[in-house]
Design a protein around this ligand. Structure first.
Ligand SMILES: Cc1cc2nc3c(=O)[nH]c(=O)nc-3n(C[C@H](O)[C@H](O)[C@H](O)COP(=O)(O)OP(=O)(O)OC[C@H]3O[C@@H](n4cnc5c(N)ncnc54)[C@H](O)[C@@H]3O)c2cc1C
Length: 145
């Protein structure tokens, strides 16, 4: 549900740029997700960054001198490695979720795509962070949320 085409960042453009290339346009506007993605692509192109999207690193070792990075069939060696794999990729569902009646549809934000996944009837959203607020905005258009 956070994937709606009109999804916008909650930080204005002036905070969304990276060093060396200010975010284009009105510095106080809230960019759409597509504008932010375009900016990142432009940034990588402008600075000739060798970004490899959709490449999951599966192994990292050190031989005492250099690091060896494996991603499927691809391999690299490097003197330095920065781990920036994020902190929020594993969905966490509380244990009591398994005790709820089976006719209650339960979705973690990780698997939410659009309100069509929900049954008719009211929606209870647990968690009022950014994901929760955006999902509530979207479900409230079609469901009592
Ligand atoms: C709904 C929502 C809206 C948000 N809106 C804003 C906003 O408007 N403005 C703002 O400033 N912040 C916003 N944030 C917060 C922002 O997204 C995070 O703070 C930021 O993405 C954290 O950056 P990160 O680089 O630490 O981790 P991530 O962005 O999580 O990046 C980690 C990357 O590492 C990759 N990765 C993980 N494991 C591997 C592996 N084994 N091999 C290769 N790659 C791997 C992941 O695929 C991912 O691309 C929002 C967050 C959410 C959930």
């Amino acid at each position: 549900m956070g994937l709606a085409s009109q999804s916008r960042l909650f930080t204005p453009a002036k905070y969304n740029g990276l060093p060396g290339l200010p975010f284009p346009g009105d510095r106080l506007a809230f960019p759409t997700k597509d504008q932010q993605a375009d900016y990142l692509e432009d940034y990588a192109a402008r600075f000739h960054l060798a970004v490899r999207p959709s490449t999951a690193v599966t192994r990292l070792t050190h031989d005492g001198q250099r690091f060896h990075v494996t991603a499927g069939a691809q391999r690299w060696t490097a003197a330095n490695v920065v781990l920036a794999t994020g902190a929020c990729h594993l969905p966490k569902t509380p244990g009591f979720a398994a005790d709820l009646p089976s006719d209650v549809v339960q979705l973690h934000s990780h698997t939410c795509r659009n309100p069509a996944q929900l049954k008719p009837g009211p929606v209870l959203l647990v968690g009022a962070g950014n994901s929760g607020a955006e999902i509530a905005l979207e479900t409230s258009r079609s469901h009592d949320t």
